[in-house]
Structures are given as C-alpha cells and as structure tokens.
Design a protein around this ligand. Structure first.
Ligand code: ADP
Ligand code: MG
Length: 265
C-alpha cells in the first residue's frame, strides 16, 4: 500500500468514527457510477496525465489526492465532460464520455453532475436566489423557485436568498455554491479543493456538508484535495473510509525523452 494511503488510514484509526448525524456515505448499492480504463489526457503538447483505472459504486465517497499539477482538476473536468478523454475509456453514470457529443455535454452535466469548483463562480450581479435559478436554465428545465428555497434552507442559508455574492462571507458563499451543486439532485458531486481558503472550523463544516448532501441525495461524492484536514474531517463524519485515489506527478510529453520515476520511488 502506498505510504500516502497508509497515512490516511492511520488518520482514520485515530479519529472517532461514531458520528450520530452521518452514518455512512456508502449507500448499499452495486450500481457503478465511475469506471475508467487507461485514461490519459494532455493539454496540447504539454505533460501527459495518466490516470489510474477506477471502478466506483454509486453512493461511494472518493478522496482524490496528489501533488499540485498531478491532474486532480483535470480528472474532475473529465468526469464532468468539460473535456473529453483522449485515450482510454471513461463511463460516468452509465454514459460513455468518449462518445458523448459536445452539444449534448452541457445538458448531461447540468442534470447528472453537481460541481463545486475551486473558484466559486457566483455571478456578482445576481442575487443568491437568481444564481441558483440559473442552474435550471442550464439543464433546459423550468425554474423551480421553491426547490431553490428548499435547498438553501437545507444548508441553513435560506435567509441569504436576496443577497448579492459580495454580501456573503467565505463560508456562506461556500454553502450557496454547494446548494447550487446539489440543486438538480445530481448523481455525482465533484468538489475541487473545497477547503482551500477556509479556516479549520469552516473546512470541517464544508466537508461535513458535502457528505451530508451526498447521503441525502444518494449521490457519489468526489473530493479533490491536497489538504490533509479533509481526511480528518471525513473520518469524523463517516463510518467507512473513503476510496483513496492518489495521482502521481504528470509524465513528460511524448517524445521528450525525460525519464520519470513513480511518486513512491
Ligand atoms: P492539479 O489540480 O492536480 O493541480 P491540474 O489538473 O490543474 O492539476 O493540472 C495538471 C497539469 O495540466 C498541470 O501541468 C497544469 O499546468 C496543466 N493544465 C491544467 N489546465 C490547463 C489548461 N487549461 N491548459 C494547459 N495546461 C493546463
Ligand atoms: Mg487543481
């Protein structure tokens, strides 16, 4: 077992595993949510990102780690059909993303994926309510204002509906972005460095909210991070350890002739 995984499991053993609120995020279902084989991607002539094969069941939690530049955000972008696999295969929620037409990708993403990006991307000119309503437009569905209010209430920020993003604290903006991510009851929630700019208490809160949202919706949750606090926070709110996926540093571009060792060499 790589040292990295061992370190995470050690965190687990030390942590309290008996959270009364969230029992486990591993919903008892055998349905596959993410399956990849020999997946590779490169931006132009840049470094090759070679991703490990995975098979992730619906309802699981996956912790995606790896050094900066190893391809964590790119893996999420592949899962969300923001970019297309260049080599290998990737199936998400039963959809082969290698064959998903670009014109269909936006609607597919809007319905299947709840994306919590590293930068929250709330529109500055729109209220919280309207920021969330935009998600219905993206999915080609009629706006459901009541659903917006319901999700904001679930995340404890119903009273912020008429505020502008500039009137929110960092933690409040994070809750609003999470509300937007789960609004369409996605089957897969992707969070990119969700604790990056948060203090310890807010980081713990953000991870707990993500797990709660995933459990509530029966969704699979993927958290990309290089923040060790995330594993600690997950350990305090889940009974089962998450699936651990560690990305090694990127390989040099094809033909560059530079040797590259494994991350654990
Ligand atoms: P991580 O999230 O693990 O830090 P990224 O997926 O952001 O890694 O990046 C992986 C590699 O791809 C890095 O070398 C990065 O510089 C490069 N990269 C990421 N996005 C782009 C892009 N839009 N254009 C060109 N190169 C990119
Ligand atoms: Mg990243």
């Amino acid at each position: 077992m790589p040292r990295y995984e061992q370190a995470y499991l050690d965190v687990w053993r030390r942590a309290t595993l008996n959270s009364p609120q969230v029992r486990t995020a591993c919903v008892a279902t055998k349905r596959s949510m993410i399956q990849s084989r020999r997946l590779q991607f490169a931006y132009g002539a840049g470094q090759r990102l070679v991703f490990p094969d995975v098979a992730v069941a619906q309802g699981s939690v996956l912790l995606l780690s790896g050094p900066s530049g190893s391809g964590k955000s790119t893996w999420l972008a592949l899962l969300a059909a923001l970019v297309q696999p260049q080599q290998g295969s990737l199936t998400v929620a039963g959809q082969d993303l290698g064959t998903l037409a670009r014109r269909s990708a936006d609607a597919w993403r809007a319905r299947q994926i709840g994306f919590l990006p590293q930068k929250l991307h709330l529109s500055a000119a729109l209220t919280v309510q309207h920021n969330l309503e935009v998600a219905f437009w993206a999915a080609g569905m009629p706006v459901d204002a009541q659903r917006v209010q319901q999700v904001l209430a679930q995340l404890g920020v119903a009273d912020l509906a008429q505020r502008l993003p500039s009137q929110l604290s960092g933690g409040q903006a994070q809750r609003v972005a999470l509300a937007r991510a789960v609004l369409m009851q996605p089957r897969l929630i992707l969070a990119d460095e969700p604790t990056a700019s948060l203090d310890d208490a807010a980081a713990q809160d953000a991870v707990q909210l993500l797990v709660q949202a995933a459990v509530q919706h029966g969704a699979t949750l993927v958290i990309a991070t290089h923040d060790a606090r995330v594993a600690q926070a997950l350990a305090s709110c889940m009974e089962e350890p998450p699936i651990l996926l560690h990305l090694a540093p990127a390989l040099p571009p094809k033909g560059s002739g530079t040797a590259q060792g494994s991350a654990w060499a």
